[in-house]
Design a protein around this ligand. Structure first.
Ligand SMILES: O=c1ccn([C@@H]2O[C@H](COP(=O)(O)OP(=O)(O)O[C@H]3O[C@H](CO)[C@@H](O)[C@H](O)[C@H]3O)[C@@H](O)[C@H]2O)c(=O)[nH]1
Ligand SMILES: [Mn+2]
Length: 671
């Protein structure tokens, strides 16, 4: 029998996708013939055409990139069972949860996230959970404090019965009979008890939210008493300490609210992540860190073990994975994905495709990071390159990079030299609270490498990710509108884009069907791709330009997390689009108006000439109709009132835009 230790913990398996690849090749050859055709036609035209061509080549290029990324998708198969006799080798992991606003992100949601992490299948004395509260909310603090007592029952219950979903709200939303089918009376009793305890916890938090409960009179809340949002000193509080270093107990739980001052940029989530990195650095200094948003939960209790299968192994060159990221799945989804935000196909094809090349983009959440990589070291760099530098200068270098905290510098040095390889972790974290408070100060990062070469980059990665997508988005919207205004092409030339269009749609449809999704979901996503490119991405480009010109700063607007009771409308249809007078709806409205008018105009001319002439252009009609279909929610919005209708002011602005556009087209065609 093979020694289990020698068995690999993971396998990287390329996915077979012959049909996909065939379509892929056809799409690419069509794209290139289209481009060549356009190059040929350039010879006969002036500068406007040259600019159009330049744009088209660029868009084709980005399109080719996006399609090509999907060429060689891979799957990672991990064998956590093979770790079972290597438990002593398992490294500590620090778990980060970020929350920022107790109103937009109700504490019960954060509590569920935290509970699902505390109950993970991993030695509890090797986990530490840190919650960053950018809201500095006593309510969030209170809710977490209250959840400890529940966790003391919940965690053993989950482990005893091998509960799959360890976020109680989700677990208890299942039908009782379904759970109880053929199950012991012990379990039934315990289930009822836990459900009852969870209800009590929920109620306490609710009462506190409505201020029916003077919870804050307790002296644990002193730090919060005079707190002013966005203007307070840092708070670090240990909510629970696993003092006995007990693998079956509860992991450490630490509350962190970093210092905020009106004059100091706080860099939103990236800033919070850097504080968490430092605070955990001086407290537990685990070599790996998982970060999740406050509205998430682990849907598989073995996530850490699976991640370790990848992170603990290196390849024959000694290279290691920098990070391991899990795909996100969403709960509370509307059927048919009306807003195209379930991201199932993107994660299944684009992300796996990227994983096949080098690795996916960091999506901001659900990710295990190697701490030394976050500290600026490369995962492929050989270890101990700095051993010949004398001790003093190492300290000075580290201080200039990581800031003045002596405790942090020691922890960084330990980590980078691999000294904490012993996989031990201080069980007493209360002695490091003072150091933790210090590194959570808002001025701590001044004149250091935090936010540039160390930690989460400000400005930031989220941003570059967006701009990339923007280009893809524009590629679609321009190539769609192009036929109506620029080209009236011959039948033969129309064949290429027409087949490209058909095959590309088949190709994307295939992706949806293979993921087991309905055709409706495919259509909704195609539609949303057009809508997003004419709204969010377009404005994303504008804001990036404004930022480059230093005219404005990007801001992070929190998404509201509870979907219930924000609306008391009786006839509420959650799948329908709602509008307001935001300028973001102007381009979409204008596009719809242009194409409806174009179609109307063609129809009118056809009626006048009794029949369509060759000048009507079938291609143009199809393209315009496709745009209108894609933007159907806008077209409907033109005729609806209330929140489902586009406000008159928006329609008015769009009409001005359309007027300008038509004027531009006419003057171009005259020249
Ligand atoms: O000043 C801030 C602002 C946000 N957050 C936290 O950041 C997370 C994400 O914020 P959210 O409003 O939920 O943004 P989304 O639009 O959902 O963010 C998506 O896109 C982000 C950027 O790519 C990723 O970081 C997120 O994980 C991903 O869910 C939440 O936990 C927030 O509490 C902070 O901690 N401080
Ligand atoms: Mn979110």
């Amino acid at each position: 029998m093979a020694n289990p230790i020698s068995l690999p913990l993971q396998e990287k398996i390329p996915r077979k996708n012959t049909l996909q690849r065939a379509l892929h090749l056809i799409i690419l050859s069509l794209l290139f013939s289209l481009l060549i055709y356009r190059f040929r036609s350039l010879r006969n035209h002036g500068t406007t055409w040259f600019i159009a061509l330049l744009c088209e080549s660029w868009f084709t290029f980005t399109w080719v990139l996006v399609v090509n990324i999907k060429w060689g998708p891979v799957e990672f198969k991990t064998y956590p069972g093979r770790l079972s006799n290597r438990v002593h080798e398992l490294p500590p992991v620090d778990l980060f949860v970020t929350t920022a606003d107790a109103v937009l992100e109700p504490p019960i949601i954060t509590v569920n996230t935290v509970l699902s992490l505390l109950a993970l299948d991993y030695p509890a004395n090797k986990l530490a959970c840190y919650v960053s509260d950018d809201g500095g909310s006593p309510l969030t603090f209170y809710s977490l404090l209250e959840s400890i007592n529940f966790a003391k029952l919940w965690v053993p219950f989950c482990k005893k019965y091998n509960v799959k979903v360890r976020a109680p709200f989700q677990y208890f939303s299942d039908q009782e009979p379904l759970i109880f089918g053929g199950i012991s009376s012990d379990f039934r009793e315990e289930w009822k008890k836990l459900k009852n305890e969870y209800d009590k916890l929920q109620q306490k938090i609710e009462e506190a939210t409505k201020h029916c409960h003077p919870y804050h009179l307790n002296d644990m809340f002193d730090d919060f008493s005079k707190i002013e949002r966005g203007n307070h000193s840092s708070i670090v509080k240990i909510l629970w300490e696993n003092k006995d270093n007990f693998p079956e107990g509860l992991p450490h739980l630490v509350y962190v609210s970093r210092e905020k001052r009106p004059k100091h940029a706080h860099h939103y989530k990236a800033g919070a992540m850097n504080v968490l990195t430092r605070v955990s650095g001086v407290m537990t200094n685990a070599p790996f860190m998982l970060n999740v948003d406050c509205d998430m939960y682990a849907n598989n209790p073995q996530v850490v073990l699976h991640a370790m299968c990848l992170l603990l192994e290196s390849n024959h060159k000694g290279e290691e994975y920098a990070f391991v990221q899990y795909p996100q799945f969403f709960y509370g989804c509307l059927p048919g994905d009306p807003f195209g935000n379930h991201l199932i196909v993107i994660q299944e094809y684009l992300m796996r495709g990227m994983a096949g090349i080098q690795g996916p983009l960091y999506g901001g959440t659900g990710c295990f990071h190697r701490r030394k990589v976050i500290y600026g070291e490369s995962p492929v760099q050989p270890k101990n390159t700095r051993s010949n530098v004398n001790g003093k200068s190492i300290e000075m270098t580290l201080k200039s990079k990581f800031g003045y905290s002596a405790e942090l510098v020691v922890s960084v040095a330990n980590l980078l030299s691999g000294k904490n390889k012993k996989m031990l972790r201080p069980s007493d974290i209360s002695s490091s609270v003072k150091a933790a408070i210090e590194v959570a100060d808002c001025s701590y990062e001044s004149n250091t490498d935090w936010g540039t070469n160390v930690g989460w980059v400000f400005g930031n990665r989220r941003h570059s990710h967006r701009t990339r997508d923007t280009q893809k988005g524009l590629a679609h919207s321009l190539s769609r509108t192009e036929p109506t205004c620029i080209s009236r092409v011959s039948k033969k030339a129309f064949l290429v884009p027409a087949s490209l269009f058909t095959i590309y749609n088949l190709y994307t449809l295939l992706e949806y069907l293979r993921c087991g999704l309905p055709v409706r979901a495919w259509w909704n996503n195609q539609r949303m791709a057009r809508i997003i490119s004419s709204t969010a991405w377009l404005f994303g480009v504008l804001s990036a330009v404004l930022k480059l010109l230093r005219l404005s700063e990007t801001v992070f607007e929190l998404t509201r997390k509870d979907q219930n009771n924000q609306d008391d409308d009786a006839d509420i249809d959650p799948g329908r689009f709602t509008f307001d007078d935001s300028p973001i709806f102007v381009p979409g409205t204008a596009l719809v108006l242009v194409h409806i008018s174009a179609l109307g105009w063609t129809l009118l001319r056809a009626v006048r000439n009794s029949g369509f002439t060759s000048r009507s252009g079938l291609g143009e009609i199809i393209c315009s109709a496709w745009v209108v279909l894609s933007l159907l929610p806008f077209a409907k919005g033109l005729f609806r009132r209330g929140k489902y209708g586009i406000p008159y002011s928006t329609i008015f602005k769009s009409k001005i835009l359309v007027g300008l556009f038509i004027y531009f087209c006419i003057s171009v065609s005259r020249n």
